[in-house]
Design a protein around this ligand. Structure first.
Ligand SMILES: [Zn+2]
Length: 463
C-alpha cells in the first residue's frame, strides 16, 4: 500500500489514483536561460525515482514536465548575450537534456513548451475575467484577483489577511492587492509578443502549468510536484486559476522536494552559492551524484559537501564490490531469502518513497551476499541478481562491475596504460617471473591501482 505525504493536507495519505492502475503526474520544469543547477538536479532525480518506482509497482504512469521558454529572465539574458530568444532557449534545452541524461533520469512522456500554448493561455485568462476572478489593471496588464478566490492560501496554509499585512506597502499602482499576480503582461518595445484581446504581450509564468497539465492529463490529475520553493506562490497561484476557472479540484496529491543547502543556507542563484550540474560532474561521476541525492529523503533538506559526495562514492564502491566475481548473465534464480529483501525494499519505498531506508535495505542485502560468498552458499547468484534488480529501480548500479572500477577515477592513471601493465604482468606470471610480476604490481600500487588475482584471471581497480 503506497502512502504519500500530501503538502496540502500536511500528512501522509494512502495513494488512490483517479483511474485504476494509472498515475498522471505533472512536475514544474526548468526556465531555460542558463545551465541547470544542483537544486534542479535534486527535484528532477527525486521525481525520476518516483516515476521509476511507480512503474516498477505496476502503475501506468504519464509523466509531464514543462519547459518555460518565455519569461523576463529569458528576455533579459538574450539581450545581454545579444542573441535571439530562440537560440538561447534551444541551447539551454539541449544542455538540460545532456545534464539530465547524464544523471540517469528518464525523459518525461511529454515536455510541453510554454510558447506552444499561448492561445490556450489566452482562453483561460478570458474565462477567469468572465468568472470575475481577473481584471485589467490600470497599466493594461491583466491580473488575477486574489480576494475573489475564497480558497486562496489553502495549499501553502497561508492566511490571506496575514499575507496582505505582510506584503510590501508599495503596492504597484496597477493592482488592487499586492498579492494579485499577473496573467497577461503587455510587451515593451523590442520584446517578443503575442496578440491578445488586451493588446500585444505575453502570459505570466503561473498560467502555463494550469493549461498544459489540463491538456495532457485532464483535471483533476493525481500528482503535482516541484521544488519546495514553488509551493508559494507558484503552485498556490496555479491552484487558484485552475479551480477558479473550472470549479473542480485541480490536483489530488501535492509533492514538494526539499532544498539543497550549503552550510545550512539554501543553495540558490540569488545567494550566489550554487553549483551547476556540470560543475559537479567535472569532479564526480554522475552515479555518485545520483547516490548522494538519494541518500536523503526527498522532503528533507540536503547539505552539499565534499565529504557527503565522498561518502556516496564509497557507498557505491561497496555495492559494486559485492557484485564482483558473480556472473549475473544467467537466468534469474528464485530464492526465499532474496525475496525478503525485495519485500523490505518495497515497504520502504511505499512509505512516501523513503530512499534512505531503501538504500539501507540494499546494504543489508550486501552483507548477506558477502557472507554467502565467503560461506560458498548456493544463493550467491540469486542475492546478487536481487541487488542489481532493486538498485536498478533507483537507477544505480547500472554499469558492468569491472567497468565501474576501471572508470572509477578518470583523473588517475589512464586505463590503456593500466591494461598494458596488467598484460605485461600476466606474461611475466605465465613465465613464472615473479620478481617482475611483483615489480609491476608495485608500480601500479604507487599509482593507486590495486590488482587482484583469482586463479589465472587478474582484475584491477582504483584505490
Ligand atoms: Zn508550474
Amino acid at each position: 500500500m503506497l502512502v504519500i505525504y500530501n503538502s496540502i493536507s500536511k500528512q501522509k495519505e494512502i495513494f488512490k489514483p483517479i483511474y485504476d492502475n494509472e498515475v498522471r503526474m505533472y512536475v514544474c520544469g526548468m526556465t531555460v536561460y542558463d545551465y541547470c543547477h544542483m537544486g534542479h538536479a535534486r527535484t528532477v532525480v527525486a521525481f525520476d525515482v518516483i516515476n521509476r518506482y511507480l512503474r516498477y509497482a505496476g502503475y501506468q504512469v504519464t509523466y509531464v514536465r514543462n519547459i518555460t521558454d518565455i519569461d523576463d529572465k529569458i528576455i533579459h539574458r538574450a539581450v545581454e548575450n545579444k542573441e535571439s530568444i530562440q537560440s538561447l532557449t534551444t541551447r539551454f534545452i539541449q544542455a538540460m537534456d545532456e545534464d539530465l541524461q547524464a544523471l540517469g533520469t528518464l525523459k518525461p512522456d511529454f515536455e510541453p513548451k510554454a510558447t506552444d500554448y499561448v492561445a490556450e493561455m489566452i482562453a483561460i485568462i478570458e474565462k477567469l475575467i468572465a468568472e470575475g476572478l481577473a481584471y485589467v489593471g490600470r497599466t493594461g496588464d491583466v491580473y488575477f484577483d486574489v480576494m475573489q478566490f475564497e480558497h486562496y492560501g489553502k495549499l501553502a496554509h497561508k492566511d490571506l489577511e496575514a499575507l496582505q499585512a505582510g506584503a510590501r506597502v508599495a503596492v504597484e499602482e496597477a493592482k488592487k492587492s499586492p498579492l494579485d499576480f499577473v496573467l497577461w503582461k503587455l510587451s515593451k518595445p523590442n520584446e517578443p509578443y503575442w496578440a491578445s484581446p488586451w493588446g500585444n504581450g505575453r502570459p505570466g509564468w503561473h498560467t502555463e502549468c494550469v493549461v498544459m497539465s489540463k491538456l495532457q492529463l485532464g483535471q483533476p490529475f493525481d500528482i503535482h510536484g516541484g521544488g519546495h520553493d514553488l509551493k508559494f506562490p507558484h503552485h498556490e497561484n496555479e491552484l487558484a486559476q485552475a479551480e477558479g476557472a473550472y470549479h473542480q479540484d485541480f490536483v489530488h496529491y501535492w509533492m514538494h522536494v526539499g532544498f539543497i543547502e550549503i552550510n545550512k543556507e539554501k543553495m540558490s542563484k540569488s545567494l550566489n552559492n550554487f553549483f551547476t550540474i556540470r560543475d559537479v560532474l567535472c569532479e564526480w561521476r554522475p552515479e555518485v551524484l545520483r547516490y548522494f541525492l538519494l541518500a536523503s529523503h526527498y522532503r528533507s533538506p540536503v547539505d552539499y559537501s565534499l565529504e557527503a559526495l565522498e561518502g556516496a562514492h564509497q557507498a557505491l564502491d561497496r555495492l559494486y564490490l559485492a557484485l564482483r566475481g558473480v556472473d549475473l548473465n544467467v537466468e534469474v534464480v528464485e530464492d526465499v531469502v532474496a525475496e525478503q529483501y525485495e519485500e523490505r525494499f518495497k515497504e520502504a519505498m511505499d512509505d512516501d518513497f523513503n530512499t534512505p531506508i531503501a538504500l539501507s535495505v540494499l546494504f543489508d542485502l550486501v552483507r548477506e551476499l558477502n557472507r554467502a560468498k565467503v560461506e560458498g552458499k548456493d544463493n550467491v547468484v540469486a542475492l546478487a541478481q536481487k541487488l542489481k534488480h532493486l538498485a536498478g529501480v533507483l537507477c544505480i548500479l547500472t554499469e558492468p562491475t569491472e567497468q565501474y572500477f576501471q572508470h572509477s577515477a578518470a583523473n588517475k592513471m589512464g586505463i590503456e596504460a593500466i591494461e598494458n601493465l596488467v598484460a605485461q604482468r600476466r606474461l611475466a606470471r605465465s613465465e613464472k617471473n615473479w620478481v617482475k610480476a611483483d615489480e609491476i604490481r608495485q608500480q601500479l600500487a604507487e599509482k593507486g591501482v590495486i590488482i587482484e588475482d583469482s586463479g589465472e584471471a587478474t582484475t584491477w581497480r582504483y584505490e
